[in-house]
Write a protein that binds this ligand. Structure first.
Ligand code: FE2
Ligand code: FE2
Length: 238
């Protein structure tokens, strides 16, 4: 197996890669949004809004919980700086989702957000904190692999919230880019410090963990694609 890294992870690299993937597999999706979403109006649309953003809040709360555990697991000050930002930002995102759900539906979703976060622990079990490579594989899934799904929803959903859209454009998207770039570069540094033999082993172990997480998350990932379509009117089929 080749274990040489040839590109630096950057926002430009991500954009270039995603644009290539979209033009190959989803050419129907315009890479710039042509019209804004409209607010949910009917009771059913408001229930859908509650459901979608509660699950999204659960994702962010789960990141807060798992990244906090990783700080106690991995004694690395560089990583602690990176994770302190991630925990603060993703916590702020979950707070924003909660506030907008209350504003739109009049219901406080906090218990349901916790239930959603708990679901992730149930299907992943100890992987995020099993060892440092489990943590890296988990980060790649929860911060990096999720990006195409976020883009699809952001670019094609028909029902949404103008306040969240503005917060996303002004802050959340940049926060998430920092999370991805800092973790990718932290991993890269660890990888490059390893011997050739160790690199091959690290890459093989990481890929194995990545696959395990993929299998454990498969049903949830499918559900999220369907939710984007059924709850927000996103065009996930073409
Ligand atoms: Fe977030
Ligand atoms: Fe994040």
């Amino acid at each position: 197996m080749s274990t040489t890294l040839t590109r630096t992870w950057s926002v430009e690299f991500e954009k270039e890669t995603l644009e290539k993937l979209f033009s190959k597999y989803a050419p129907q999706v315009s890479l710039t949004r042509e019209y804004p979403t409209r607010a949910p109006i009917t009771k059913e649309e408001k229930d859908h809004f509650y459901q979608y953003w509660t699950a999204t809040g659960g994702h962010d709360l789960f990141i807060v919980q798992a990244a906090s555990k990783a700080i106690t697991l991995i004694p690395d000050s560089d990583l602690h700086f990176i994770l302190s930002r991630q925990i603060g930002d993703d916590g702020a995102h979950a707070i924003a989702f909660r506030e907008r759900i209350i504003a739109v539906t009049g219901r406080d979703p906090i218990d349901d957000i916790q239930t959603e976060a708990q679901r992730h622990w149930e299907f992943l079990e100890d992987i995020p904190c099993r060892n440092w490579l489990g943590f890296v594989a988990w980060e790649l899934h929860y911060e990096h692999h999720i990006l195409p799904q976020v883009w699809f929803n952001k670019l094609t959903s028909q029902i949404g919230d103008a306040v969240l859209a503005q917060q996303s454009n002004e802050r959340f998207s940049d926060d998430e880019a920092v999370h991805r770039v800092t973790i990718a570069n932290w991993w890269r540094q660890k990888f490059e410090q390893a011997s050739t033999q160790e690199r091959a082993e690290l890459a093989a172990q990481l890929l194995e963990l990545d696959e395990e997480i993929q299998k454990r998350r498969a049903a949830y990932i499918k559900q999220r694609w369907l939710d984007a379509e059924n709850l927000n009117g996103a065009n996930t089929q073409g």
